[in-house]
Design a binder for this molecule. Structure first.
Ligand code: MG
Length: 364
């Protein structure tokens, strides 16, 4: 025991022996990846043990491979070759999506930013036996804004909205690129595929923003719901666009908003109404295009025939309460009428933002 105490290293020595900077070690400690083995209760100094050298180098190698911190944490809990193989498969899918994304980006550059090519993503879904989405969408500039930075996609396996930011033309480009890449890269195979598509979109926006003064600082939210081959409904979101499901007349929000006020509400520091009225209401804590990698929220749900989905931007929910959304969705039989009714209601309240909705019904 005494020998182990003698072997403890202060951060400077551990940094030298591991080859990792103290700054990086502190960030791994803060992220819960590599917590110092001991701390001096008087001085507060942190000490590492020799046994942590291998972990430090493993963590660093995984970071070099581009693995997000959350995935490294999961791998360290159960380090195995199987986990690494699973990651390698994700990297392969991701690389394939990025190649698709690059091809699409080349086409976009060739034709400018105002129109995008239709995408044939050669899906291999077994059309006759699978559940499908019946979808409609509507996007409106609203009553105040000069341009519409929202973008939507609706198909028989995908319903998504993106709410661009960064001013003209950045916001429009960011949301359009996100939606186009999602449509190109998500074929309805799996949750992994949807996550990879969103990551590819993030990377494409980030790369493009960095290469153009006009587009610098652009970003977008994304909220996407997809039906996959095993019959699940998968949802991925970043930012404050939302997904809801209406099941037996009951409306449930499937996503958490990534905004400073929504996070304060979740911590119990603010009410929903205070959040709506707060000057920082539109400040996002996560968005696509602001960094090379992005943390996604994702989940798989049971896809129940007859359930209805609503995917929408904040231009709807800032004007129309969730109770009103639930009533309108429950009483309107026709989904186009639902989409139109929701948008018209937001416009009648002032339409202070772009407002976009995709309404979908899960069908056999
Ligand atoms: Mg908005």
């Amino acid at each position: 025991m005494l020998r182990q105490v003698d072997e403890l290293m202060p951060i400077g020595e551990f940094s030298e022996r591991s080859g990792l900077s103290p700054k990086r070690l502190r960030s791994y400690a803060a992220g819960g990846l590599l917590v110092p083995a001991a701390v001096d209760s008087v001085s507060g100094y942190r000490y590492y043990s020799p046994g942590q050298l291998r972990d430090a180098q493993l963590i660093d190698a995984l970071r070099e491979a581009g693995m997000p911190l959350a995935d490294i944490r999961a791998l360290l809990r159960d380090p195995s070759n199987e986990q690494l193989d699973a990651w390698a498969r994700r990297v392969e899918i991701d690389a394939a999506q990025r190649h698709k994304a690059l091809d699409l980006a080349r086409q976009m550059l060739a034709i400018g930013t105002t129109s995008f090519p239709a995408v044939d993503n050669d899906r291999s879904r077994k059309e006759s036996t699978m559940t499908k989405l019946r979808t409609v969408s509507r996007t409106d500039i609203g009553r105040v804004r000069d341009n519409n930075e929202d973008a939507v996609v609706s198909s028989d396996h995908l319903a998504a909205v993106a709410d661009g930011m960064g001013g003209h033309p950045g916001g429009e480009v960011a949301s359009a690129v996100a939606i186009a890449l999602l449509q190109a890269a998500f074929t309805g195979r799996s949750l992994d595929e949807l996550q990879a598509a969103v990551r590819a979109a993030n990377r494409a926006i980030w790369d493009r923003a960095g290469g153009s003064a006009e587009l610098e600082g652009m970003g977008t939210t994304i909220c996407a719901a997809g039906l996959i081959e095993n019959g699940s409904l998968v949802v991925v979101n970043v930012g404050d666009s939302r997904a809801y499901v209406l099941h037996n007349g009951l409306l449930t929000q499937l996503t958490h908003d990534h905004s400073v006020t929504a996070e304060a509400v979740r911590r119990g520091e603010m009410s929903e109404q205070e959040a709506l009225d707060h000057p920082h209401h539109s400040v996002l804590t996560r968005a696509l295009g602001v960094a090379a990698d992005v943390e996604l929220d994702s989940a798989a749900h049971l896809a129940v025939e007859g359930d209805r989905l609503l995917i929408c931007t904040d231009g709807l929910v800032n004007e129309v309460s969730s109770d009103e959304i639930a009533s309108l969705m429950a009483v309107t039989e026709d989904i186009q009428a639902t989409a139109d009714g929701l948008v018209e209601l937001a416009l009648s309240r002032g339409g202070r933002d772009n407002v976009s909705v995709v309404v979908a019904e899960i069908c056999a």
